[in-house]
Design a protein around this ligand. Sequence first.
Ligand code: GCB
Length: 692
Amino acid sequence: MQSKNTNLISLFIFIMAISIKAVATPINPGRQSFPLNSKWQFYFAYNFEQNIQKENVDVPHTWNAAEVLKGVADYNRTAAVYENTIDVKPEWKNKRLFLYFEGVNSVANILLNHKFLGDHIGGYTGFCLEITDDVKPGENSITVQVSNAYRLDVIPLHGDFNVYGGIHRPVSLIVTGNDCISPLDYGSSGVYITQKKVSHQSAEVEVASKLSIKNTVGLSLKTTIYDQKNKIISSKVSGIENADTKEIKQSFELDKPHLWQGRSDPYLYTVEISLLKDKKVIDQVVQPLGLRYFNVDPDKGFFLNGKYFDLYGVGRHEDVSGKGSALQNSDHDRDMELIKELGATAVRLTHYPQNRHFYDLCDQNGIVVWSEIPFVGPGGYSGTGYVKNGNLEDNARTMLTELIRQNYNHPAICFWGIFNELKLDYDDPQPFIRELNALAKKEDPGRLTTLASNLGTREFSDLTDLMGWNQYFGWYDGYFDEVGAWADKVHGELPQKSIAVSEYGAGASPFKHMEVLEKPSPKGRFHPEEWQTAFHEQHWAAFKKRPFIWGKFIWVLADFGSSIRTEGDKNAINDKGLVTYDRGIKKDAFYFYKANWNPEPMLYIAEKRNIERSRSLTHVKVFSTANSAKLWVNGVFISEEKANDLHIIQWDNLKLSDGINHIEVSGGRGKLKLIDQCDWNLRSADKPKPIR
Ligand code: GCB
């Protein structure tokens, strides 16, 4: 019979066993990865009581998710503690153990069994710590002290977005043999696949693998490239003779490669790098390979694999209402579905390195990526300009290195962004930008560098390969129709520079409407949906005519949390999204782009949410991929009209009747009949209702 104590001990062992989520994800033979995402104990660091109530949380987690929805400007930027345990199994005696954190925002101290193990500064890049020599058999405690407090030496220093505190990305325990492909190189995979020379005829690829080895007897490194059907395309084995070998480079030549061609054909090979001992696999890393070449021409724009490739899409923040930045893969998948539904070809991952899973999605779906470090200036706000600070510069250098090394093998990435909206009125940031640019080129000569400026034509124009401007004509400044002239002026003044519009957008609430277009105040509460739509129609019309603009990035895919904002429907939200913060509503502008960018059949009546009408004379506007459509108002056929080159079909000077007006539009695309309808209520003819 078991004693009560034995029972308790068994229960304890059982709890400990499940606390490390005994199910390993076998990445490959020789290496195991255990997710460490559940059963964390969480408390704020200011809590010094002995018997504090700790909260059970799963990661990804942030302590700001609920609070920021209340619209507080000074959300909790403080320190907190996360605790967990790992059970070190007897069979791991001769293994090596690593903790991998995909992102802890912003500064983390990691303690093992209450002893300092290491730290990491910066919330948007992963990091890996070896714990082999510090663990004991059985239960070990892990403590992660996290702070998202504002620090003058940690980027971002500014930004129109929230810096959510917490272990906001997944954590895992990696177990390898004594000799392994190094997980310790700036949190990267340890493998760097360089596309040396790619054409439709052939591809020269170099695979550099970093090793962490102790005993070389019988060791070799085998790298195999598979096609999508799992057929071996090429394979090489290199012997490892010297224990000091830190890196092995292997070169491959592929004949007539199948190229990665964006949305239409995001073809991926797989590269499998295996460390062998006496021909048996003892460690393995698998990476994607999308073969492509690209260039940007100042007059003609972006070229992918030798062909013009129009780059347009959205900026994306990793932030969802009620979750902050603590997102699940399903949240990332949903954003990717939205991007695909729009028909975008590119995304700017603003303003920081994003979740691993999202880069994978971009590779798999053929979305070209601009990825950047959170070196963000005050932009239109009154924050300080750049203040030279050695620690801050170290932080930016490290983050850039981590961004590049961790994401080196993603074919989707073509551009590294060095900064967003720095100013020139404090210390001059330019020498440091030059240095960062050189660092990016040294780390990765195969990609192009860029930046996003909100200053004039010439400022910052000689710092990076390419350049982008954040432009808000018709929102913060001027009117929409100025954007074309602005682009022509910049192109004329900087004929050698390839220029992009790194952001353009206007705020909008799907619950606020106007019947007659009139520019709203950006800082006001009234952000009507119709203004945003008009903003985008006119911007896209201007961009379409100007292929020299190598990238066009809408600000922004979805509304996002920004504690500094007191405008629109709610405080603390930037409402320039094409969809709402919870991804629940697609605004009209979303459908405008969908009609222009996604060739699938669609027909959508714009302004349908503008139900309560006060003007009897109105228009019906439809976004559609159909060439023409027919309109009925209250069952009476009006006419069939043709789509213009912006995929807009419009009927003007229509007379609504008092009360409910049923609007129905139908159009054809081949055999498919597309229909949309809505009801508008004319309350009192020709007496404008107060719209604010
Ligand atoms: C910008 C910034 C971005 C802001 C945006 C805005 O230029 O780069 O972070 O959110 O403007 O909405 O004002």
